[in-house]
Design a protein around this ligand. Structure first.
Ligand code: IMP
Length: 211
């Protein structure tokens, strides 16, 4: 057994140091639910739990700039390890629009149905309907700033399909799938989504014992 004991020590099985709480910097309930499902076993706080406003400033022109801006805002006020993501839909035929403006594509109201209706209208008759979802996750802790990126490619449908998820899910058909994100159940969406890919990179980083 001594070799087994040594292996356990090497692999950290006896390391019972409690995992620190992480603050998830999003006020979007759909994203919060997805991130909670993707990070089981972690003690996760929401902005509301931390007494912070749920609509943090995001004035950057890239996903990375916005994710860092939100994470820095929360870290400066709480000192806790903070995770923020910024994500959106980039449509090839629209030169990457709506991009960082995805949430407010059809106006300030952040109205998912209005956003999808505007997108379908912009692509009316278009044959090139390729698009991708992108996510950048920023993690800020006492050690520094870290970025994790994920993307999923697909096409925009000609009509809304499905009631799952949020945002543009009913009009996004991921590659190799007959079902839109709005028709896939959340577990299957998370397995292939931009956010899923970025979170796996974050989870690998966390499990390497960094936090
Ligand atoms: P933000 O990342 O909260 O700034 O918002 C990005 C916007 O992009 C969301 O409000 C949605 O409209 C869209 N979006 C981001 N991720 C997804 C997704 O997984 N499904 C559908 N829409 C998304």
């Amino acid at each position: 057994w001594p070799w087994l004991h040594k292996r356990c020590i090497q692999r950290g099985f006896f390391n019972l140091r409690p995992m620190p709480q992480l603050l998830l910097c999003t006020g979007n309930p759909g994203k919060l639910a997805e991130l909670r499902a993707l990070l089981p076993g972690r003690d996760l706080l929401s902005l509301r739990d931390a007494g912070l406003p749920t609509d943090l400033p995001e004035t950057g022109h890239t996903f990375a700039a916005n994710a860092l801006q939100k994470a820095r805002f929360a870290f400066e006020r709480t000192g806790m390890p903070c995770i923020a993501d910024d994500s959106g839909l980039e449509v090839d035929a629209l030169n990457g629009a709506p991009g960082v403006y995805s949430a407010r594509y059809a106006g300030q109201a952040k109205d998912d149905r209005a956003n999808m209706a505007k997108l379908l209208h912009e692509l009316d008759g278009a044959t090139d309907r390729r698009a991708r979802f992108r996510t950048v996750i920023a993690l800020i802790d006492g050690q520094g700033e870290h970025l994790f990126e994920g993307e999923v490619r697909g096409t925009i449908t000609t009509e809304m399909r499905g009631t799952h998820g949020f945002g543009y899910d009913p009009v996004f058909l991921p590659e190799m799938s007959d079902l839109t994100f709005g028709e896939l159940d959340p577990v299957r969406k998370n397995a292939i989504s931009h956010r899923g890919h970025a979170v796996w990179k974050l989870v690998r980083f966390l499990s390497e014992g960094q936090l």
